[in-house]
Design a protein around this ligand. Structure first.
Ligand code: URA
Ligand code: SF4
Length: 216
């Protein structure tokens, strides 16, 4: 039997990322990314979406089932909740650039043809996809990055990132040669799973209000 897996050390999007041509070139190239094994089972790359001159960039984990079908980030249940929370905090979702740490949907199936069940990406997969997440702020140049949950946080800020320690605060960090201001918060999916959904939702809105004030 011939091994079909790419060598472990070849796990990076780097060779696929164009160095010019803006968001259009990035999006086009990302559609053909083979930087890690996740492209094999997913339907398509779900690249970031939103205006190229957005003042705020939101970074999630990875596309889910609906995002994989539609090719756009945050269009499923977590995205609906996020839109509502953003509106309540006074951030216009239509003016934000929204993306994910990992650009392909990772899932398992209990049985063939059964519902696809979301699987969290490993930090290794997030690192492989990192060159796309580095290229997006370099082009969009947002004034603020909203970090949605642990995967985005660890990818952008390192593996010691703990969302509970820094949520709702404005951080300043040098990331890929750019001085970024970031506001971390929980992932909207964690609100959907919380025992006390209302309290979790209020917490998300409060953190997004910190982001809104930092943009004012
Ligand atoms: N969860 C994410 O992190 N990103 C999406 O695009 C959808 C759900
Ligand atoms: Fe490329 Fe990222 Fe998709 Fe892996 S998950 S194939 S690195 S776009």
């Amino acid at each position: 039997m011939v091994a079909t897996r790419a060598p472990e050390d070849a796990c990076t999007a780097e060779p696929f990322v164009p160095d010019h041509g803006g968001l259009t070139a990035l999006r086009r190239a990302a559609a053909g990314c083979r930087g890690c094994p996740l492209h094999r089972d997913a339907t398509r790359t779900v690249f970031g979406a939103g205006p190229a001159d957005a003042r705020v960039m939101l970074v999630g984990e990875q596309p889910g089932d609906q995002e994989d079908r539609q090719g756009k980030p945050f269009v499923g249940p977590a995205g609906k909740l996020l839109d509502r929370a953003l509106a309540e905090a006074g951030i216009d979702a239509g003016e934000a650039y929204v993306t994910n740490a990992v650009k392909h949907f990772k899932f398992t199936r209990a049985e063939p043809r059964k519902r696809r069940i979301h699987q969290a990406p490993t930090l290794r997969e997030a690192a492989a996809c990192g060159p796309w997440l580095a290229a997006e702020p370099a082009v969009v140049e947002p004034e603020l990055v909203v970090v949605l949950g642990a995967t985005a946080g660890k990818t952008l800020l390192g593996s010691s990132f703990r969302v509970t320690e820094v949520r709702g605060t404005v951080l300043e960090e040098e990331i890929h040669g750019r001085r970024e201001r970031l506001v971390p918060t929980v992932h909207p999916s964690s609100v959907l799973r919380a025992d006390d959904r209302e309290a979790a939702y209020r917490g998300l809105v409060a953190d997004l209000e910190v982001a809104a004030r930092a943009l004012a």
